[in-house]
Design a protein around this ligand. Structure first.
Ligand code: FAD
Length: 276
């Protein structure tokens, strides 16, 4: 695992002149297939925690090669954080995985997305359901005081194939609970109320299985010692593959929840973690 490398004056000079260019400030590799990085934030960029932007690099043809990325940092952060897959033959991430502090990156400052508090009706308990890099928007929302102002309880489920793929989320939640700034911003009593439910589908771990199965057979509620999902109290945000999103949508609808949007707030919202 590579440690975070700070930007030095020497590396900062490497940032090339790009349209909408920002500078990479930190890179951390979590597994052969996952890494996170932090980027300077355009002064004018305002976004709601949970939204995504287009980021990328210049392609071989000299044109910007852009992809959608959830902003993993909260809206109050001075920098922007992203959590990324490494697709070995992926047009963008085959290159992006080699970025270093000081390098330039293209960032279109037009945030959009449905995983925002505005798209949900008020409730008591919020569920964040993530698979893989679908954790990214929740890394933002978990660090936003608004989440705890709006909800008494926060449940985050994260499902990956292997244990190492859970590490980014696990460390984020551990740090969140012990970080003095977060305690000041959000309050220790709220942070201690986060219920984190990681599961693996391939490698042996403390809790194995698809979250869809664990929800339908009631295991999640039993494990956490909480009441089942109820339309009066529960709200949810979902971010995973298309198949995962469809499965969770059906489960939430069976619990009586309906899908909302920015223009029509309801009980749950969904966003694809990737296309394909
Ligand atoms: C709204 C939205 C938000 C997104 N947010 C993120 C994010 O925060 N982090 C992130 O890593 N990606 C995210 N993506 C996916 C991202 O846009 C790119 O697809 C990804 O960076 C790979 O780019 P690529 O050019 O290397 O390969 P692409 O040609 O884009 O993808 C090649 C194939 O790799 C697989 N793939 C792509 N992305 C992922 C992924 N994240 N997890 C598992 N398999 C994948 C798919 O099967 C895809 O067909 C998001 C996509 C959408 C639509």
């Amino acid at each position: 695992m590579t440690e975070m490398t700070p930007v030095t004056e020497a590396t900062a000079k490497k940032a090339p002149t790009l349209p909408d260019a920002q500078t990479i400030t930190q890179v951390k590799h979590w597994t052969d297939n996952l890494f996170s990085f932090r980027v300077s934030r355009p002064q004018s960029l305002r976004f709601r925690s949970g939204e995504f932007v287009m980021i990328g690099l210049l392609g071989d043809n000299g044109k910007p090669l852009l992809r959608a990325y959830s902003i993993a940092s909260p809206s109050w952060d001075e920098e922007l954080e992203f959590y990324s897959i490494k697709v070995q033959d992926g047009p963008l991430t085959s290159k992006l995985q080699h970025i270093q502090p000081g390098d330039g990156i293209i960032l279109r400052p037009k945030p959009v997305g449905t995983l925002v508090h505005d798209a949900l009706l008020p409730g008591k308990r919020i569920w964040f359901f993530a698979t893989g890099t679908g954790f990214a928007p929740f890394a933002s929302l978990l660090r936003d005081p608004e989440t705890y102002e709006k909800f008494d309880e926060v449940v985050i489920t994260h499902t990956c194939r292997d244990v190492a793929e859970l590490e980014y989320g696990k460390q984020l939640i551990e740090n969140l609970k012990s970080d003095e700034l977060m305690q000041e911003l959000i309050g220790e009593e709220h942070l201690n109320k986060i219920r984190y439910y990681p599961t693996t589908t391939r490698e042996e771990s403390l809790k194995m299985g698809r979250i869809t199965t664990l929800l339908t057979d009631g295991t999640v509620f039993k494990d956490l010692g909480i009441a089942p999902i109820n339309v009066e109290t529960d709200r949810a945000m979902v971010c995973g593959s298309l198949a995962f999103n469809l499965d969770i949508k059906k489960i939430l609808e069976d619990f009586g929840l309906t899908e909302g949007a920015n223009s029509d707030p309801r009980e749950f919202v969904i966003e694809k973690a990737f296309v394909g």
